[in-house]
Design a binder for this molecule. Structure first.
Ligand SMILES: Nc1nc2c(ncn2[C@@H]2O[C@H](COP(=O)(O)OP(=O)(O)OP(=O)(O)O)[C@@H](O)[C@H]2O)c(=O)[nH]1
Ligand SMILES: [Mg+2]
Length: 199
């Protein structure tokens, strides 16, 4: 789908502030600093739509973005990152509560893009998220981020390792770079397929 317009809608810290579920939604999930905001910006061709941070772990809110496309309107949802070392137990519990309150009963959520830095191996956080998503029958698209950090040989090696580590269908795994625009058309194709109702 061609993006005609993209704009920030609102941020919320609790379900009372979530917007009404009036368009198909795609959520972006991943460790803090993994590149969620950057990938989201790249998908809509807007450098500074979602704020990218040099101080990781600052986003404590869920943010909605309206994406007006050539076919339909969809909403992108930027979920707070996790796994930031300085975060205490209480904050982690709060993060879990917020994410689960979003995932539970969000009937317009069509897909979750789980981001994983290509340089890291998955942790129990990614395992937990995949479990939550599969319990709720939400399709997972795995975006391996920052693949520009590697030369081609090493990149291919890491892709292989991560494809093995995540037990997902190969067509749902994407090697991306927000910096270079890699993997963006492929990811869009799958987002389109999951957000468009079959005729
Ligand atoms: N080289 C490279 N750097 C990237 C890429 N994507 C993101 N970054 C950098 O990684 C850092 C974090 O990016 P963000 O997009 O803010 O990450 P985030 O997941 O939204 O972070 P939080 O909102 O804090 O959880 C920034 O310094 C980005 O410039 C990429 O594809 N390649
Ligand atoms: Mg962010």
């Amino acid at each position: 789908m061609r993006v005609l317009r993209a704009e920030f809608m609102l941020s919320a810290a609790a379900p009372g502030g979530f917007p009404r579920p009036e368009a198909p939604e795609v959520a972006f999930l991943g460790r803090s600093n993994v590149g969620k905001s950057s990938l989201l910006n790249r998908l809509v061709n807007r450098k500074q739509l979602a704020r990218t941070s040099s101080t990781p772990g600052k986003t404590r809110l869920i943010s909605w973005f309206r994406v007006v496309g050539s076919v339909q309107e969809i909403h992108f949802v930027d979920l707070p990152g996790y796994g930031y070392a300085k975060v205490g137990k209480g904050e982690r519990r709060q993060w879990k509560r917020l994410i689960e309150s979003y995932l539970d009963g969000r009937e317009n959520l069509r897909a979750a893009v789980l981001l994983q830095d290509v340089r890291r191996d998955p942790s129990e956080d990614e395992d937990l998220l995949i479990e939550w998503l599969s319990e709720r029958d939400i399709p997972v698209l795995l975006a391996l981020t920052k693949t520009d950090k590697f030369k081609p040989m090493r990149r291919a090696e890491r892709l292989r390792a991560l494809r093995n580590a995540f037990d997902l269908p190969p067509e749902r795994v994407f090697a991306t770079s927000a910096e270079k625009g890699l993997g963006i058309p492929e990811l869009w194709r799958e987002i389109d397929a999951l957000t468009t109702d079959a005729p």
